[in-house]
Design a protein around this ligand. Structure first.
Ligand code: CO
Length: 138
């Protein structure tokens, strides 16, 4: 159902500090930066092998990432699995009685289609399913 870990989402209070850590000290290439209004975040993707670290910082106080930071402070926020058919993947998860936060895919970063799975169904790990845009390379 899933092809790879697409990215690990990391919540940060300050995007530039996050970049300083992952790019300057850990040596990952900064690949993409985007404000994703629908999720109330500004996000940066850094390259690690065929996968990414996705730094997330809230741009609105009522975003899920803002609530996460209030509760937990900065840290690992979610894991994202890559699929080439998110509709089929969601159908299969539903059939397996996995609870979804998004019944339908939403628009994610870089024109991807994404959906979140309820962490109660995944052992406390917030899980994202992502189908990258056809014209995303690397
Ligand atoms: Co993500």
């Amino acid at each position: 159902m899933f092809g790879a870990i697409d990215h690990i989402g990391v919540a940060v209070e300050d995007l530039d500090e996050g970049i300083a850590l992952y790019r300057d000290r850990l040596g990952m290439r900064e690949q993409h930066r985007e404000t994703v209004e629908a999720f109330g975040v500004e996000a940066v993707l850094l390259e690690i092998g065929g996968s990414h670290i996705e730094l997330l910082t809230p741009i609105s106080p009522d975003s899920a990432v803002a609530r996460y930071l209030d509760r937990n402070g900065p840290g690992m926020h979610h894991v994202a699995y890559r699929t080439d058919d998110i509709d089929a993947a969601l159908e299969r998860l539903r059939e397996s009685s996995v609870r979804l936060l998004d019944e339908e895919p939403r628009a994610g970063i870089r024109d991807s289609r994404v959906a979140f799975v309820h962490p109660k169904s995944t052992g406390g790990v917030l899980t994202e399913i992502v189908q990258p845009s056809e014209d995303t390379h690397g």
